[in-house]
Design a protein around this ligand. Structure first.
Ligand code: JFZ
Length: 448
């Protein structure tokens, strides 16, 4: 939140509280027993997969945080409002949008090598420019740019080929829409956020047309809504859209940013709830300080932070959606690729502790790291390797076998003590960032 526009941040605090407190509530309350089972079932792949790639890509990527040669404060994708750019001037960016280096197969391969299992990409961000093939407006990548290409088609096909789930982001707030009014309509110096709905009916019809296109053209597995804090977006609107899209595809997963308690999972942003959230949830996060590409934003998170964040999410029963911001030419910046490859390398050895795992069985935080579990197994992701060669695990079970995930033939000595289970570790950690100990147990897990 640190870098989010000051005034916004305050508004978001209450938004965030609402998100944390009622991830599923009103929707669940309305659905029948059978629906709840289906809801649970449709969430299975997503909860198993744990790690996804967020992609923010649009006209703002080409501007790269600059307007008229001057840097604009704020996140890259907020350029239009933070730079107070009139609609027709911002739209000029489309005339030169020509990502000659875009390679769908390559992007998906990067996600795959990072150990990510799904991709969520911006089909339309707050700026209203459509990065997909749509008949609902000419303000789109196929009709409105010299590129004349539909990246969503290419990406969804590449995802299918490489076994990655293709998912889409769609902003409700739309700074280009004739059915929404900017907060400050000053012709020379407009501020868009938050817009106000001036024609719900027409905007809903537009939204439905586009969502139907996204669902039928690309078979999106999930819809990640955003911008529902705009004024005049009602609970009735949220329910109408949820029912409409799940009517088109009952397996569709929907995040909770339709607001008003509608949606299938919670979306804490840039932070990981210390003990997770009760229902399904996903933390989304940037690699630097922006979602959309911004030249010169080099405040990169370290490999240690990123790997630890992924583990932290999994141990709280949540997913981690990590963002990349490709350039206007279509390149995922090298510092982003480097970090993703480090995560992929770690997951290659330790993925069994993350994919398909459940949240920690323990009620307390562990001083040396995190825990996840599966049937008959407790995983300890040790981020602080002990100097005295042992850890105490708050576990009562008898241990069948204890070993390092990095060396499945290793045997670790364990001993039940009044303080808990003592596990003896080798002097050197197999991994400098996080090493996983596997405890195979009999019967249900019994925390101290
Ligand atoms: C939104 C967008 O405004 C932003 O551009 C980006 O797409 C991000 C993923 O989502 O920003 C938010 C949304 C919600 C909160 C904060 C920023 N929140 O709940 O704290």
């Amino acid at each position: 939140m640190k870098k989010i526009q000051g005034a916004l941040a305050i508004g978001f605090i209450s938004l965030f509280t609402a998100i944390t407190l009622c991830p599923l509530s009103s929707l669940k309350a309305q659905s029948s027993q059978k629906d709840e089972k289906n809801d649970h079932k449709k969430m299975e792949w997503w909860q198993h997969d744990r790690f996804g790639m967020f992609i923010h890509w649009g006209l703002y990527s080409e501007a790269a945080g600059y307007w008229d040669g001057k840097p604009v404060n704020g996140a890259g994708e907020w350029l239009m409002t933070d730079g107070h750019i009139p609609r027709n001037q911002y739209a000029q960016l489309a005339k030169t949008f020509d990502p000659v280096d875009f390679n769908a197969e390559q992007w998906v391969k990067i996600a795959k090598e990072a150990g990510m299992k799904y991709i969520v990409i911006t089909t339309k961000h707050h700026d209203g420019f459509c990065m997909f093939n749509t008949k609902a407006t000419k303000y789109n990548v196929v009709d409105g740019t010299p590129w004349h290409t539909d990246p969503m088609k290419l990406l969804s096909e590449a995802c299918k080929k490489q076994g990655i789930k293709f998912c889409t982001y769609y902003s409700i707030m739309d700074w280009h829409s004739p059915y929404q009014q900017a907060d400050d309509t000053n012709a020379e110096h407009p501020t868009y956020n938050p817009t106000t709905m001036i024609n719900n009916q027409k905007y809903l019809a537009y939204m439905k047309d586009q969502l139907q296109e996204i669902i039928t053209q690309y078979h999106t597995h999930l819809l990640w809504f955003d911008g529902g804090w705009m004024k005049g977006w009602t609970a009735a609107d949220a329910h109408e859209i949820y029912n409409y899209i799940t009517g088109l595809d009952p397996k569709l997963i929907v995040n909770n940013r339709l607001e008003h308690g509608v949606g299938d999972y919670g979306t804490p942003e840039q932070k990981i709830p210390v003990r997770g959230l009760p229902g399904p949830w996903e933390t989304c996060m940037t690699l630097n300080d922006t979602w959309g590409y911004k030249r010169g934003d080099d405040n990169w998170k370290s490999d240690t932070t990123l790997i630890t964040n992924l583990i932290h999410c999994a141990s709280g029963g949540g997913n981690f959606l990590l963002n990349v911001g490709p350039t206007g030419k279509g390149i995922i910046p090298q510092p982003e690729v480097d970090r993703l490859m480090a995560m992929g390398k770690w997951l290659k050895v330790n993925g069994d502790a993350i994919y398909g795992s459940d949240r920690t069985p323990f009620n307390e935080a562990l001083p040396y790291g995190y825990a996840t579990q599966k049937q008959g197994k407790v995983f300890l992701e040790i981020t602080k390797w002990p100097s005295d060669g042992q850890i105490i695990v708050p576990l009562k079970n008898k241990i069948r076998r204890a070993y390092l995930l990095a060396d499945k033939r290793s045997h670790l000595k364990t001993k039940s003590t009044p303080d808990g289970l003592e596990v003896h570790l080798p002097a050197d950690a197999p991994d400098p960032i996080a090493s996983v100990v596997v405890l195979e147990i009999n019967g249900p897990v019994q925390p101290e």
